[in-house]
Design a protein around this ligand. Structure first.
Ligand code: NAD
Length: 358
């Protein structure tokens, strides 16, 4: 990518502004970026009466990438179906930016394998990426109720499967670059029962034929759920439709045991801006106290550098710096049960910057 990358920054609510400010410091240490900071979520409801204004959506569409903190909090919790809610901003961004692919890497930092609910020998070496289809399937099909009967329709088109499969195969290739290992995609479905899954399997197989260097395996979703906990280190890229991906990505996330460490990316068509954000929420219980763990946001910024801005080398540097500070024993409060020195957002950020310089 030529010139200065233009990043729309959406700090959001709760700890969002703290972790996003830390991420900007991190990015500034890596190069020159231009930032356009905007309101989205509860803060936008307070100011404009809606979680996402058209103007902010336009700015996001025209950026090179969007970096988001988190949104929501008790102030905006409501049971009134007519009242605006912070999550509507997230859905509006997904839809408005055409983000159909959600990427969640699960790579427990070597220093944190003890936090996993799995035994160390099982989790060691796990480094996988869940690619979830985000805008199709049962969540977006026709739904309704007639008397005692309800229905939710699951529908997928060839085009929808084809584009998400390509995202997964491209990501597998990118992850293996320079490693000498053969990339692999595990496609998850329920082809023994569902017609949408049979279409899914067919289309994924056709796309795979164009990626001769990438191995493809098919797993039924029930089997995939078991294998993820019994042999997580054997997975590379896991490709799944919306509902299966929703469940499996949370299962995979728990393999690390550390919510404050998990990044994510949502991507659309090639060349269009992606949205990068930590998996955790706005943590209102610790907001404004300087205690938030900024590492998931740093790792989200690394995903932005790799998948959004074509700066894989910088992404590697960020990930190595995060591993190094954890190796040194630094821990924010959420990781403190792992032992080590307890630090706040500022000290953790300073330590990561120091590692980048070193
Ligand atoms: P949460 O992820 O905000 O917090 C769960 C627990 O983890 C809390 O104890 C919190 O202090 C801790 N935690 C989370 N991130 C942390 C971090 N970076 N550093 C240290 N500790 C951290 O989930 P919740 O409490 O269920 O939700 C709080 C608000 O966040 C709600 O309004 C919810 O709707 C919203 N939420 C937003 C997103 C998003 O913006 N993508 C995602 C999930 C929840």
């Amino acid at each position: 990518m030529n010139g200065t990358s233009r990043i729309v920054v959406l700090p959001g609510d709760g700890i969002g502004p703290e972790i996003v400010a830390a991420a900007r410091d991190l990015l500034d240490a890596l190069g020159q970026f231009s930032y356009d900071e905007r309101l989205m979520g509860g803060c936008s409801i307070d100011e404009h009466g809606t979680a996402l204004t058209d103007e902010v959506l336009d700015a996001c569409r025209n950026a090179d990438a969007v970096l988001l903190g988190a949104v929501g909090g008790p102030k905006w919790d409501t049971t009134d179906p007519g009242a605006p809610r912070p999550e509507q901003g997230l859905l509006g961004l997904r839809k408005g930016m055409g983000l159909y692919a959600n990427l969640r890497p699960v790579r427990p930092s070597p220093a944190l394998v003890g936090a996993s609910p799995l035994r160390e020998e099982r989790i060691a070496g796990t480094d996988l990426l869940v690619v979830r289809e985000l805008t199709g399937g049962i969540y977006f099909g026709d739904s309704g109720r007639e008397g005692d009967v309800a229905h939710d329709v699951c529908e997928y088109s060839v085009e929808e499967v084809d584009r998400i499969a390509r995202t997964a195969f491209d990501a597998a290739r990118r992850r293996a670059e320079g490693s000498g290992r053969k990339p692999k995609v595990t496609s998850v479905d329920k082809a023994n029962v569902l017609e949408t899954s049979r279409l899914w399997r067919e289309v994924v197989g056709r796309v795979a034929a164009e990626y001769g260097d990438v191995e493809l395996e098919h797993l039924l979703v029930d089997n995939a759920a078991m294998q993820l906990v019994s042999r997580p280190a054997d997975f590379d890229v896991v490709l799944a439709e919306n509902l299966f991906g929703d469940i499996l990505s949370d299962e995979a996330a728990m393999l690390t045991g550390s919510l404050g460490m998990l990044p994510s990316a949502s991507l659309g068509a090639a060349g269009a801006p992606g949205l990068f954000e930590p998996v955790h929420g706005s943590a209102p219980d610790i907001a404004g106290k300087g205690l938030a763990n900024p590492l998931a946001t740093f790792l989200s910024a690394a995903m932005m550098l790799r998948h959004g801005l074509g700066r894989g080398g910088d992404a590697d540097r960020v990930e190595a710096a995060v591993d190094a500070v954890l190796e040194r024993g630094l821990r924010t409060a959420d990781l403190a049960s792992e032992g080590g020195d307890q630090v706040g957002t500022a000290e953790m950020t300073a330590a990561v910057l120091e590692e980048l310089d070193g």
